[in-house]
Design a protein. Sequence first.
Length: 231
Amino acid sequence: MSEVKISAEPRTEFGKGGARRTRRAGKVPAVLYGHGEKPKHIALPSREFAAAIRKGGANQLFAIDITDGTQVLALPKAIQRDPIRDTFEHVDLILVRRGEKVTVEVPVQLTGEAARDTLIVHDHDTLSVTADATKVPDHLEASIEGLEAGSSVTAGDVELPSGVELAVDPTLPVAAVTAAPTAEQLEATLPEVEEATEEADAETGEVTEGSEGADAPAAEGAENTEARTEA
């Protein structure tokens, strides 16, 4: 994966208020750490960062040019988003060097089509692999072409690019192929589904009637979460 050059500036304001002002200015609060160095708080341009992640994925390598003269290579370690606005709230970045081996989680994509009348059950959507920090793949592939019901795909079946090694047990299940339910089986389970739905609706009604004052704990939890994010 090619690196993306991005500018950054040191961040001097901390806490919830400082993070909000950083976001209002069109930047993402971030922290750089690793290699035994003291964590460095920076702000990244939101649009450029979002575009890079959309194109390269969560393991995109960044060449960061900080306005204080520092130039570093870094990989995202943790990305926190706002699920409502679909914006980036905070990013943890880990420092890397060229030629350095890193262990990261990489998405797995299934290719091909299994046999007719089958369903694919995903056990693991990502796999942990070890690779050169500058050559982390954006995804891995495993074929399910023609697989019959009862077949499975393990980590050892996943195609690995040159220089990339599994960091998990090769027998770790990635996906399983099962027989699709017949029309008769679906009809047999329909009454059970309807009964479960009715019971859930009844329970929801009871909770709604007795939910007065439930917002306070939720708000408190949300505040604590934000505090941990921006610390």
